[in-house]
Design a protein around this ligand. Structure first.
Ligand code: S3P
Length: 435
């Protein structure tokens, strides 16, 4: 366990105007497609987090020239779909499931071998979900026993297009298959019963790659080319979610968050919080390239418990740690079922959140696929984030409503998604110190 921690004293208001760092999912995809495109691409609003740096480093290791104008402004000289070189070493994806699963799709189409490794958390995450469709495409991919990383990918004589119905809603699996599909003979189609984030589809269009999007099915044909582009990345709604809840549960607060991505496959958190009584207004709606963005205006609100609709789970899947904190501050009971995927994220988010909420005096009932949370009042205490960035940030926000100090342990991984989190929330009025 890491030794970094946050110490937080209770605070009252959360006021101001902020922007949040660039979207993590979109930053990964921008780097991947820019690296494989023909010509020089420019990315502004890139998220300079350890997860996205892992993706950048991987392409640098495979011979892609990457120019850093500053932390968030990157120029990439694409090498074309067939221009990557064999890496001299294993490719380390750190904590990032997105990097590993999407890279596995790209690497399955290469004429060289590669090995993908990750940190302790990523090394225990399930990979069968990508191995199954990639093997159907004739990819040569092996994992450790139990379908966990490292992944070893050998060249395949010829990838073939498939029709694949996703057995679980997962944008990482969908994207992995589509990226392998760029290298496959014929057409590759992915069907989903529940819509998941569609950033890969939008990013392929940004890079002028022909793609067919029909109702819950998306197809690409191998053998095309990606054309370099200029990409502006919206603020990450998953990072904004912490600040939204901070403002909702503080007293007399008004918070504006500008330039937030509001893609309908990602906005479940806003819908869920509104069902709980949250006052969130979206204004200045516009497009940044292919992605919709808006400015959010959030006012302190009296929240009440709800049964979280099944239809909103996939498009709020990363926001449950902070939604659980909102639920703990709400009047009455909040119930979540059908979210077993939360057990295989950066940590087991059902178990780690249940433990932390109990430490703070909240009555919770843990289910195999969800949580029942009785709204209450936080006491102080010491929380272990389980090394999970989103859990660390969620409990930091809980301090606003606590009646004593909270220490959140194991906070290093906040760097994977929201590098300036502590500075941002202190500027808004939270009493946080970082150690
Ligand atoms: C992501 C997809 C989701 C999400 C993850 C990012 C992506 O994972 O939880 O943080 O960028 O495609 P799953 O595909 O496992 O649901």
């Amino acid at each position: 366990m890491g030794s970094a921690y946050f110490h937080l004293e209770p605070s009252a208001t959360c006021n101001g105007t902020v922007v949040v760092p660039g979207d993590k999912s979109i930053s990964h995809r921008a780097v991947m497609l820019a690296s494989l495109a023909e010509g020089k691409s420019e990315i502004v609003g890139f998220l300079p987090s350890t997860d996205c740096e892992a993706t950048l480093n991987a392409f640098q290791n495979m011979g892609v020239q990457i120019e850093r104008i500053d932390d968030t402004h990157v120029r990439i000289q694409g090498v074309g779909l067939k221009g990557l070189r064999a890496p001299s070493n294993v490719l380390n994806m750190g904590n990032s499931g997105t990097a590993m699963r999407l890279m596995a799709g790209i690497l399955s189409g290469q004429s060289f071998s590669s090995t993908l490794v990750g940190d302790a958390s990523l090394s225990s995450r399930p990979m069968q979900r990508i191995q199954t469709p990639l093997k159907k495409m004739a990819a040569n991919i092996a994992s450790e026993e139990g379908y966990i990383p490292p992944l070893v990918i050998q060249p395949s004589s010829k990838l073939v297009g498939i029709d694949y119905s996703l057995p679980i809603p997962s944008a990482q699996v969908k994207s992995c298959v589509l990226l392998a599909g760029l290298y496959a003979q014929g057409k590759t189609c992915v069907k989903e019963n529940t819509s998941t984030r569609d950033h890969t589809e939008r990013m392929l269009q940004t890079f002028s790659y022909p793609i067919e999007v029909n109702h819950q099915s998306v197809c690409v044909e191998g053998g095309g080319k990606l054309i370099a582009s200029k990409i502006e990345i919206p603020g990450d709604i998953s990072s904004a979610a912490f600040l939204i809840v901070a403002a909702l549960i503080s007293k007399n607060s008004t918070l504006t968050i500008r330039n937030v991505g509001i893609n309908p496959t990602r906005d479940g958190v806003i819908q869920i919080l509104r069902l709980m009584g949250a006052d969130i207004l979206i204004s200045n709606k516009r497009n940044m390239g292919m992605e919709p963005v808006g400015d959010l205006l959030i006012q302190s609100s009296e929240l009440h418990g709800i049964e979280i609709p099944q239809s909103l789970i996939a498009n709020s899947i990363d926001e449950f740690p902070i939604i659980f904190i909102a639920a703990a501050c709400a009047q009455g009971v909040t119930t979540l079922n059908g979210a077993e995927e939360l057990r295989v994220k950066e940590s087991d988010r059902i178990a780690v959140m249940a433990n932390g909420l109990r430490v703070l005096g909240i009555n919770v009932d843990e289910k195999p696929d969800g949580l029942v949370i009785n709204g209450g009042k936080f006491q102080g205490g010491e929380i272990d984030s389980g090394g999970d960035h989103r859990i660390a940030m969620a409990f930091a926000i809980a301090s606003i409503q606590a009646n004593a100090a909270i220490t959140v342990r194991n906070t290093e991984n906040v760097m994977t998604s929201f590098p300036n989190f502590v500075e941002t929330v202190s500027n808004l009025g939270l009493k946080v110190s970082q150690h």
